[in-house]
Every structure is written in C-alpha cells, then in structure tokens.
Write a protein that binds this ligand. Structure first.
Ligand SMILES: Nc1ncnc2c1ncn2[C@@H]1O[C@H](COP(=O)(O)OP(=O)(O)OP(=O)(O)O)[C@@H](O)[C@H]1O
Ligand SMILES: [Mg+2]
Length: 468
C-alpha cells in the first residue's frame, strides 16, 4: 500500500516543509508547524493546488494594457441593512468572498440569515449552506426574524463537493423551472465543511485552505458573492491558516460583550471599501437591530453630576462615537495600589497616572484606581488620554464636572496635550448630542472654523487641572 504523504506547514503563513520545525522560516513564528496530508493536485491541473487561490487563472489569459481595461462601477447588491452595507463599503460586491469571524454565539448566523431575509425580499437568489445546524434549527431562527421571500434556499451539508455541484449547475429556485446559479451564498462555517479529496479532518488547516480555495475559484468563475463564517481561536483570531485572511476579499469581525446585548461589526480588511468601519447592532428577540445613533446608545444611563464620569469622543473608522469614561480613585488598603481597567489598556492608565503624579504633584501611589468605558466598548485611541486624566482627577478630588462637556486629546509623557485627528468631526458629534463645551488640545483650535460649541484649548494637563 502506498504510504500517505505527510507534510508540515505553518498555521500562520502556510509555509510548507517536509519536516517539522520549531520556528517557521517564513514568518519567524514559533511552534506553528502542524502535520497534515499533502494537499492533492486540483483536477484542473494547474500544477500545485495552491495556484487555485488566484481563482481566475485561465489558460487563455494574457497581459493587457492598463489603459485598455474597461471598468464599470462594481455591481453591488444592497443588503437593506444599512450598517452592514456601510461596513461592506456600500453593499455586497458581486463575485466577492467575505469572511465573517466572531466568538461563539455572538450572532454570526443571525446576521447572515437576516441579510438573506432582506435579499430574498429583493428577489436575489440566495443559497444558505449550514454545516452546523439542521434545517429545522435554521427555520426556528428564521421564524424569529420574519417572513422570507421565495428566492432563499437552505441546505444542511458538510461535503463541499456536493455544494460545488449546486454552485456550478445551479439550484431549482422555482419548481419546474430552469436551474439558476445562486447570486449570494453563505457557508456556515468553513470549519465544518470538507472536500473528499483532502484526507484531513474538517477544520484542519489543509481542509480549511483547500475548501476556501475551491469556493473562491468557483465563486469568481460564476460571479457568486460568498460569505464564509469562520470560527475564532481563544486569542480572537480567525481559526485556521492566517493565509485565509489574505485569500478573501473582505474580512469582517463580529464582536461584542456577551453580557451586553449590543454587537459591533468591523471590517478589518476590505478590497472594496474603507477598513475600520463599524456597524453597531443590538441583539433582540426579533434578531439584530441596527443602532443608528451609537453615541446616544453608549451614553444611555450616564449619571448626572457624579465625580469620575467624563464624556469623550472616539473615532471608529470615520465614525465618531461618544462614550462615557468612568474612574474610581480611592485610598488603597494594600501595600501596592491596584490599577484595573475595562475597555482601555491598563498600561495606558498606569502611564497617565504616573504623568499626573509627576506633573501635578498628586500622590496617586496611595490610591487604587479603577477605570471603565461604560457600555462595553473597547477603545485604544490616544485621543482618549485627556478624558482619562480628567476622570481620574475628578474622582480623586471628588468633584463632578459639567455634564454638557466633552473632553479629548492625547497626553504626552511631559504632560503636554497634543492634537488629534478628526477634531472637527468629534466636535460636530458633540454639538449633535447637545454638548455645549469641548475641552480640546490647543493645537486643534484652528481646525474648527465655525464652532457651534464653546471650545477651550488646553496645552498641558496642568491647565486641565486648573480648568476643572
Ligand atoms: N429569543 C432570543 N432573544 C434574544 N436573543 C436571542 C434569542 N435567541 C437567540 N438569541 C441570541 O442569539 C445568539 C445566537 O446567535 P447565532 O446562533 O447567530 O450565533 P453564532 O455566532 O452563529 O453562534 P455559533 O458560533 O454557535 O454558530 C445567542 O447567543 C443569543 O445571544
Ligand atoms: Mg452560527
């Protein structure tokens, strides 16, 4: 019997090697090599099966002059879910491949099924393939969402070869009519499907890689827009080879706090639109509902006139979102003061508290500090520094600040306040939300020509301390 050929490859970058290695020569990561049967050659005979990533490799292709290539504005399908359309860069691009990752139970299947709901009402032919749930389970979720149109077909299947057949020869959308190729397809999830020709378990690196390559090739040939759900690892990255993210056109992450009902959809890669766009949703009984004014949502329930509560504005892509920063500074009972943070980097807090201690002469080493961004948002923007400093000072002095005041700016190690990007947008958002005063870096003062709110320019944290 012929011995099965095994190969080792790096889970991060896909580097292949006939023997195991501790460090990958490709990406220099340690302990990323795993063993899998050698991938089979594709039946099309493009040499190595890896070549099939290129998807549109055709034997008749030849070099073309750039000025002679005709372009049209990419044809897109509008999903009817505004937040999703925006994150995608203005709708689903025909023939594109999108990877959707997120924690278990966060609502990936719900989001995609809701998208199918809207598309089916617009008579877009959709095929939803689930390898995780039975048709009954999907129907139960669908009943939560509402009435679907006729152009959605569901399939519970894990063998990709079967699915490929339907992608190529089409499905029977109308009884008795000619078969039609789906326009949009969902694979839920890539870790559950397998190709018979690859002798590895579903979810293994080689299966995931080969399945994605096969889907990509057919999708580009047939012009099908495909959404692939991907599981995430403990660290929060999409499971499987890192290369997966390079192969697809768009990578979306669906994230949120399991404790709270709101969810955020982020584009971390998008070949057809801006990255770092953010869509905000709330999980409800009837599925995911768009949150059209995230600032209002984030500031819900903000206490009035309480020390340690400061409102600031963070940018999520091009979108300003106002958030409440809370700090609690109290005398410590330990030898070593505690510093705890939720939603912001703890190192940043430690650093800013050291700056306060040194520049304002306040002995914070006798105090514990707890800092939190209310609402469960995570933000790591330097523009939040000034608000963090203000929250700590406000709580330390036990003095509340004006409730209609917004604070933003970056703080440096010498206590200087530096300018931040998109100041005008942040101020406009504050005005929209009814805020009357903004404390901003002096460097940003001339960025706003016609301020509708009172602006206070600050050069260092001492000035902030005096102003508050
Ligand atoms: N009746 C309901 N009312 C409100 N929320 C619900 C209801 N039913 C389910 N949910 C929410 O939907 C979530 C499940 O969503 P969904 O199955 O789409 O997640 P998923 O990301 O696809 O999960 P998996 O990783 O298991 O595939 C649950 O965790 C719960 O928060
Ligand atoms: Mg699911």
């Amino acid at each position: 019997m012929a011995k099965e050929k095994l190969i080792f490859f790096c889970k991060e970058c896909g580097y292949e090697s006939p023997k195991w290695m501790g460090q990958c020569p490709g990406c220099k990561e340690w302990n990323t090599f795993s063993e899998a049967p050698k991938a089979v050659k594709s039946s099309k005979g493009h040499g190595k099966s890896l070549d099939s990533f290129g998807a549109a490799i055709k034997s008749e292709s030849k070099p073309a002059r750039i000025n002679e290539i005709k372009t049209t504005k990419e044809d897109r399908y509008y999903t009817g879910i505004g937040e999703l359309d925006r994150v995608l860069g203005g709708g689903i691009v025909m023939g594109s491949l999108t990877l959707v990752g997120g924690d278990p139970g966060i609502g990936k299947s719900t989001l995609l099924l809701q998208m199918c709901h809207e598309l089916s009402k617009r008579n877009v032919r959709v095929l939803y393939v689930s390898g995780e749930e039975s048709l009954k389970q999907i129907k139960m979720r669908a009943d939560r969402i509402g009435e679907f149109g006729e152009s959605l077909l569901l399939m519970s299947e894990t063998c990709l070869d079967v699915v490929e057949e339907y992608m190529i020869s089409g499905c029977e959308y109308n009884a008795g009519e000619k078969q039609a190729v789906p326009q949009v397809m969902i694979i839920d999830s890539i870790q559950t499907v397998y190709k018979e020709s690859v002798e590895a378990a579903p979810g293994s690196v080689s299966q995931v890689r080969e399945c994605t390559a096969a889907i990509l090739r057919i999708a580009k040939q047939q012009g099908i827009s495909v959404f692939v759900v991907g599981h995430v690892t403990k660290e929060g990255a999409i499971a499987g080879p890192r290369m997966l993210e390079h192969m697809v056109d768009t990578v979306l992450y669906f994230e949120g706090d399991n404790a709270s009902s709101y969810r955020m959809l982020r584009a971390v890669k998008n070949r057809f639109g801006s990255t770092n766009e953010l869509g905000v949703f709330e999980m409800k009984e009837s599925g995911l509902e768009e949150v059209l004014n995230p600032s209002e949502y984030m500031l819900q329930g903000k206490p009035e006139g309480e020390p340690g509560s400061i409102v600031t504005c963070t940018m999520e892509g091009t979108r300003p979102i106002m958030v409440e920063i809370q700090a609690l500074v109290c005398q410590t009972n330990f030898n070593y003061p505690r510093r705890t943070s939720v939603g912001v980097d703890i190192n940043r807090i430690t650093l800013l508290m050291a700056v306060i201690e040194k520049r304002l002469g306040i002995h914070l080493s006798d105090y514990d500090a707890y800092v939190n961004i209310a609402g469960g948002l995570r933000a790591n923007e330097p523009a939040l520094d000034l608000a963090l400093v203000a929250a700590v000072l406000s709580s330390y002095r036990n003095r509340a600040i004006d409730d209609r005041m917004l604070i933003f700016g970056e703080v440096g190690l010498v206590g200087e306040v530096r300018g931040v990007a998109m100041a005008a947008k942040r101020i406009a958002e504050a005005h929209k939300m009814g805020y009357t005063t903004c404390i901003i870096p002096e460097a940003n003062m001339n960025a706003v020509s016609d301020p509708q709110v009172k602006l206070v320019g600050i050069r260092n944290i001492r000035e902030l301390g005096e102003f508050l």
